[in-house]
Design a protein around this ligand. Sequence first.
Ligand code: GLC
Length: 528
Amino acid sequence: MNAKWWQRGIFYQVYPRSFQDTNGNGIGDLEGIRERLDYLVKLGIDAIWISPIYPSPMADHGYDVSDYCGIDPVFGDFETFDRLVEDIHAHGLKLVLDFVPNHTSNQHPWFLESSSSRDNPKRDWYIWRDPAPDGGPPNNWVSYFSGSGWEFHEPTGQYYYHAYLKEQPDLNWRNPEVREEMHNVLRFWMKRGVDGFRVDVIWHLIKDALFRDDPPNPDYKPGDPENNRLIQAYSADQPEVHPVIAGLRRVVDEYPDRVLIGEIYLPVSRLVTYYGEDLGGANLPFNFQLIGAGGHAKDLSKIIMDYEAALPPGGWPNWVLGNHDQPRIASRIGPEFAPLAGMLLLTLRGTPTMYYGDELGMEDVPIPKRATQDPWEINEPGIGVSRDPERTPMQWDASPNAGFTTGTPWLPVSPDYAQRNVATLDADPRSMLTLHRRLIELRRSHPALEMGSYRTVSDEDEVLVYLRELDEQRVLVVLNLSREARTFTLPEEMSAARALLSTRLDDPDRSGPEVRLRVHEGIILEIE
Ligand code: GLC
């Protein structure tokens, strides 16, 4: 089958600040990623997506870019970057960079120019509006990180819009110069060997031309983050965003075999529009439907089937369990269910994206107030929005700071690191890490898992059963999501089955047509 690497492959997100520090400043760096490539190869993943590494004042830890064509010294320089690209490719892996086009840093030279006067040629590169008649903000749009989305700029008497921090002014993507300049940024990195981009908040790029107020969200409850008060009907997901994304895609397609991934938090029916007309949009609009999902078999099968049904013809699916903005999967569903989640992610139809450390079962780490780094938590303290808990250092071994740094780590290392670390789990044939390796191996060696069709066989009694099928190959996945042992009886036409893998990593109990599942067990079978 003529599949692209990003269809067959498995993505692995590295949050570079937290992966591996090599210079003792407590912050991970590019050289650290390079030194750990053997680990990633042994794990079996295909592509690395690295969160932003560009020069940045780090108001939002790199998502506030002050130079799109540079490397922040905290992460390295072009020499280390080029060496990393070369080594990644020499290891047979691909590299995807984070691209943050919705906003720049307020320290970006473009914004400094734009804000210098109303008639500066770059004034229109950002979103400037006159105050409302009462002098207040031009409309009711809120910042995702709380407060108004508008910041008054005294010297020029106008407000600028920022969907995130006030240190992250939004670019005006209706301006053709902005588009052209950003296209050149993509070309710059592709010429340097980058295999694609994960585009930050891509559904935000275009805002309502009339700047209409967002309507109130009837489901808002006190205690929710402030951004939940409104429905973003006008401040995001506008129809005119699609031609803009198609423009990005055309640039990406100027170079062979690249991928365009979009970060999109929208309901499925909206999400799938981001494949674009004639699939000319994002190759992979990130599918976050599992992120808010509970653990009931029926809910999961509905999520999977709704998503499958909504895909446009030819649109390739993908699944994400976690990232640097979401509580860790092991904490969301409980560590006892985490192996099942891993089995689900790696056996569904579509490209899986793993988050660093989830293969170890890393959990959210409680961060003392004084150690807080996330600007969102600083803006809205105490309501549980902090993203620091899922960004703690990778746990490599039992040495001080888990082998992450010789200095003081920028976020505390999880207290469980002496047991939960790569070195220990690597040597344990029943560990979460071993399970992930086996799952990846199995996916790779079974075309039905990589490329086959999906069909739910049963979601009764909290046991989710689905079939992946390609040509003659049939692979059945049976996940016991209940809190007790369960038996699933194979349908007649599947009764000749051989167990390939259990989440317990021992020999599953198989006899006749009955698949006996222990508590929290998942089993993969090949139907003969
Ligand atoms: C995306 C990033 C998040 C960042 C935000 C603003 O959602 O994943 O970390 O804070 O965009 O750039």
